[in-house]
Design a protein around this ligand. Structure first.
Ligand code: ADP
Length: 193
């Protein structure tokens, strides 16, 4: 939004009736898009994530799903595969999928967004999320973290538990999108043999 007042009346346009503030004119013309960034490891994406994304899309014009990675941390799926799975599960939705290993607030700002979307499950999430929200606010006061409570069906769903269960040969069908389930089954096929 523009907050500057410019008088359009000038020597070239001396008619007082045409005087208009630049602020009024500009703010009427520009539609500000509400963009939020939903960061996570998404290793892999679960139905809990999908629930947060679907509900987030009702609040924001666009969601950027940010697959955050740390080159020093191991993950089951590569960054590219995590991004591909997110895209495949959410095809047709107004989302963008990206990855970053840098500072989250800098990424958010670079995309013209000012909201970080996060999901909350149990009390155990709270302490970590609280710290993250505070440090991010300390790093950039223009960016707010918005939390959505998990849908009750996904209260116990986490990527880590999904990987653990699937890795031991358990069925995670219904907790992750079908395409993720198939990929996990392929990956851990040898465990069941
Ligand atoms: P996880 O914690 O499952 O390993 P991520 O690091 O990818 O997943 O989490 C990204 C964000 O999504 C975090 O804010 C996390 O709390 C949230 N989230 C993950 N699983 C769920 C779920 N089942 N319900 C609600 N939010 C979730």
């Amino acid at each position: 939004m523009i907050d500057q007042t410019v008088n359009f009346t000038s020597a070239a346009n001396p008619r007082p009736g045409l005087a208009m503030t630049f602020k009024k004119y500009f703010n009427r013309m520009v539609i500000v898009k509400k963009i939020a960034v939903y960061p996570g490891s998404f290793d892999p994406i679960t139905n809990g994530h999908i629930d947060i994304i679907t509900r987030g899309l009702r609040m924001f014009d666009e969601l950027i799903i940010l697959v955050a990675y740390n080159p020093n941390k191991s993950s089951l799926f590569s960054v590219e595969e995590r991004m591909d799975l997110v895209r495949a599960c959410l095809a047709g939705n107004n989302i963008r999928v990206d990855c970053s290993s840098g500072l989250l607030v800098d990424y958010v700002r670079s995309k013209g967004a000012n909201v970080i979307l996060r999901g909350l499950r149990a009390v155990s999430d709270f302490e970590y999320e609280f710290q993250m929200a505070l440090i991010n606010r300390r790093l950039n006061r223009d960016i707010e973290t918005v939390f959505l409570m998990t849908g009750y069906q996904w209260f116990y769903t986490s990527s880590n538990l999904i990987k653990e269960a699937a890795g031991l040969g358990g069925s995670v069908k219904g907790l992750v999108p079908d395409i993720v389930n198939e990929r996990l089954e392929q990956m851990f096929a040898t465990v069941k043999e």
